[in-house]
Design a protein around this ligand. Structure first.
Ligand SMILES: Cc1cc2nc3c(=O)[nH]c(=O)nc-3n(C[C@H](O)[C@H](O)[C@H](O)COP(=O)(O)OP(=O)(O)OC[C@H]3O[C@@H](n4cnc5c(N)ncnc54)[C@H](O)[C@@H]3O)c2cc1C
Length: 640
């Protein structure tokens, strides 16, 4: 009997000791004061481990054997409804019975109240078998939790401070229905003429004289668009020049099932996309024609609300990518151990051994970064939901070392920044590596990898969307670059202090591994400095003589489209350096506490050091010719 949790030592490391479970469980269980909850950290962990083991067994034995059939049969549009293969329906019926759709949903709303992190770990396990199944599963509890977070944000959730439970929440009925598995949701952002550029979104939301909202417009590529609850972003302010400020968020019930067995639709599925992969996932084109909608939050707040949950969605995709990486590595490793060539199995040939070694090491690194981001993202949300409610009720948060409202807000800010800083790095590298690993998996299989027999080609077809959806790799790089440069400009003295401390650590730390980690961090800081310097130099010739504290003022009159071209050109390379810096920091923190992780760090550093040197050199020495060609001055000269 296979088990995708029990056969994965690294995943078990996180379940056992690689996460600060004490903090996460105590805040999730309101320090064991809520009714019907677990009574200790140990008891909760034992329960989570049992649930993950059960799911690991289910996925290995009930999902994995069906994925080829699902991939072949695909989702079809029949009489306006998306119809999935029967194997698919059977899997989701069983998942509903196992209760996974309510896994992170609070008990009082029909869920199991497990940390979102465990839901993501389950996502990785499902993704290892089939990313379509993982994606669809995440549009159950993922949407329910989004509705809960939005309701808390807009102030329509009330918390019973005596019983320590949510007593009322605006979208409670939808959340409860989703927890049972009877319904799921979708996130409707993309339109035919607007993907990465959300300011170009056109779907319109209008209000009648009684204040009711209606949405009209087209949305495309909507994952699990055959769901009932659609969170839709639409333009509530007709003035397009308002850009992102003119967008609001809405909840649209796409259909209602009637007692006579018929269905009334308020938003129509007009197409199910034919795709390269993800064939079990219904990717729908939706048409809204005066579809009744409920405004979520305030008018004009739509983009902000999307941002509120963006990190969370990206963490989910990263776990999905790790599922692919894990599957690709295992498939390749098993094949290489069997396949003979020139007197030995191919895993003994140096180049293939090197591939496999790097793949394994990447998985450790990407999973470490993703677990780290997921932890901070969840802590931030839970402190906002439960931490604030507990303090308002006069309950102590001393179990988290928090003794005042100010300390609580500072802790929330810390978790938010850590999550924000890591998320674009994590999404970028997880997505890119899922493609690289599945491509290598085919290569290691040789000609057999190019056939359908082994499943290697399916992994690559499925992986190729990872760097596209939930923010493309280029958009992640721009975000990472802007966040980091913005922070330096906001507090240049802090940055300079960081540079000095990192340099000191790189020469004086007692532990050789710590010195090497600090050197990689130093390379990241040096690159940021270079990128900033060159960006300003494009505008101010004498930048080298300008103290860093005056760079902010120098930026004030710059035009981002034109003057930031150097930073934008190298954003992806910079992101890759920052990723190696972030991963080695996270692995170093693990190694300090768990010496058995030192080898993983050492292996990662060995590959990261030359990579970072190469990327720095590339940033330093390339691009001038291309930028000259792209410059608007050049355009005007050519036009003359
Ligand atoms: C299988 C699948 C499922 C999806 N699920 C959903 C869903 O559930 N809900 C939803 O709303 N959408 C969904 N999408 C849509 C997805 O989020 C978009 O495809 C994605 O945001 C990219 O938008 P686009 O396709 O319009 O590409 P574009 O935005 O046109 O981008 C094209 C290329 O240009 C690059 N680019 C764009 N702007 C810049 C820039 N400023 N600098 C550098 N490069 C840039 C991009 O990185 C990309 O490489 C899904 C897509 C697929 C394929």
């Amino acid at each position: 009997m296979g088990n995708f949790f029990k056969d994965n030592e690294d995943l078990q490391f996180y379940m056992d000791r690689g996460i600060d479970w004490d903090s996460l469980i105590r805040i999730t269980e309101l320090n064991f004061q809520a009714p019907d909850g677990h009574e200790s950290v140990a008891e909760a962990k034992e329960f989570y481990t049992d649930v993950l083991s059960m799911l690991g067994e289910f996925v290995a034995n009930e999902v994995q054997p069906n994925v080829a059939a699902i991939d072949h049969k695909k989702v079809k549009l029949v009489d306006g409804e998306a119809v999935c293969p029967p194997e698919w329906d059977a899997i989701f019926e069983q998942l509903a019975e196992l209760g996974t759709h309510g896994l992170p949903i609070p008990r009082e709303l029909g869920g199991m109240n497990m940390p979102v992190l465990t839901y993501f770990m389950n996502g990785e396990i499902l993704g290892r078998a089939d990313v379509s199944a993982m994606t669809h599963s995440s549009f159950h509890a993922g949407i329910a939790m989004a509705l809960l977070v939005y309701s808390v944000h807009e102030g329509t959730t009330t918390f019973d401070s005596e019983k320590l439970i949510i007593s009322e929440t605006r979208f409670g009925d939808a959340v409860r229905e989703i927890a049972t598995g009877a319904a799921w949701g979708a996130m409707d952002i993309t339109e035919p003429d607007a993907g990465s550029d959300m300011a170009a979104l056109k779907a319109r939301a209008v209000q009648d004289e009684d204040g009711n909202w209606f949405i009209t417009g087209s949305k495309i590529f909507i994952t699990s668009g055959h769901g009932k609850y659609h969170i839709v972003i639409a333009r509530s302010e007709p003035d397009m020049s308002l850009g992102l400020e003119g967008l609001s968020l809405f909840l649209v019930k796409a259909y209602e099932d009637n007692e006579d067995g018929t269905r009334t639709r308020y938003a129509n599925i007009v197409r199910v996309e034919e795709k390269l992969g993800h064939n079990g996932s219904a990717t729908c084109a939706m048409e809204f024609d005066r579809s009744p909608a409920q405004l979520v939050g305030r008018r004009g707040e739509g983009f902000r609300l999307m941002l509120l949950l963006m990190n969370n969605a990206r963490v989910g995709v990263s776990f999905e990518c790790i599922g692919i990486m894990e599957a690709a590595h295992r498939l390749a490793r098993e094949y290489a151990a069997e396949r003979g060539s020139m007197g030995k199995t191919i895993d003994k040939h140096e180049m293939i051994a090197d591939y496999l070694d790097e793949m394994e090491n990447d998985i450790y690194g990407v999973r470490a970064l993703t677990m780290h981001a997921a932890f901070h993202e969840e802590m931030a949300h839970k402190l906002k939901l439960y931490g604030r409610a507990m303090r308002a009720a006069g309950r102590s948060l001393e179990f988290l070392g928090i003794d005042s409202d100010e300390a609580l807000e500072a802790r929330i800010k810390h978790h938010e920044w850590e999550s924000r800083r890591m998320t674009p790095l994590m999404k970028y590298i997880a997505a890119e590596k899922s493609v690289e690993h599945s491509r290598r998996c085919i290569q290691i299989h040789g000609g057999a990898g190019y056939t359908k027999e082994y499943g290697a080609e399916k992994l690559l077809r499925d992986a190729l969307v990872m760097p596209i959806y939930e923010g493309t790799s280029q958009i992640q790089s721009l975000m990472a670059m802007k966040d980091q440069l913005g922070r330096i400009l906001k507090a240049p003295q802090d940055f300079l202090k960081d540079v000095a401390q990192t340099r000191w650590r790189s020469v004086s730390a007692d532990d050789e591994l710590e010195r090497r980690v600090a050197k990689i961090r130093g390379a990241g800081l040096k690159t940021l400095q270079l990128v900033l310097q060159r960006t300003i130099a494009a505008k101010i010739k004498d930048v080298r003589r300008l103290p860093m504290s005056e760079w902010k003022a120098a930026f004030a009159d710059m035009d981002p489209k034109r003057d930031f071209s150097y930073a934008m050109l190298h954003a992806e390379r910079l992101t890759r350096i920052l990723i190696d810096s972030a991963i080695t920091e996270v692995l170093w923190n693990q190694a300090k506490e768990h010496p058995e992780r030192r080898e993983i760090l050492e292996r990662y550093i060995e590959r990261a050091e030359p990579r970072v040197r190469f990327l720095y050199d590339e940033i330093n020495t390339t691009g001038t010719r291309l930028l000259r060609r792209l410059s608007p001055d050049q355009d005007s000269r050519a036009a003359e």
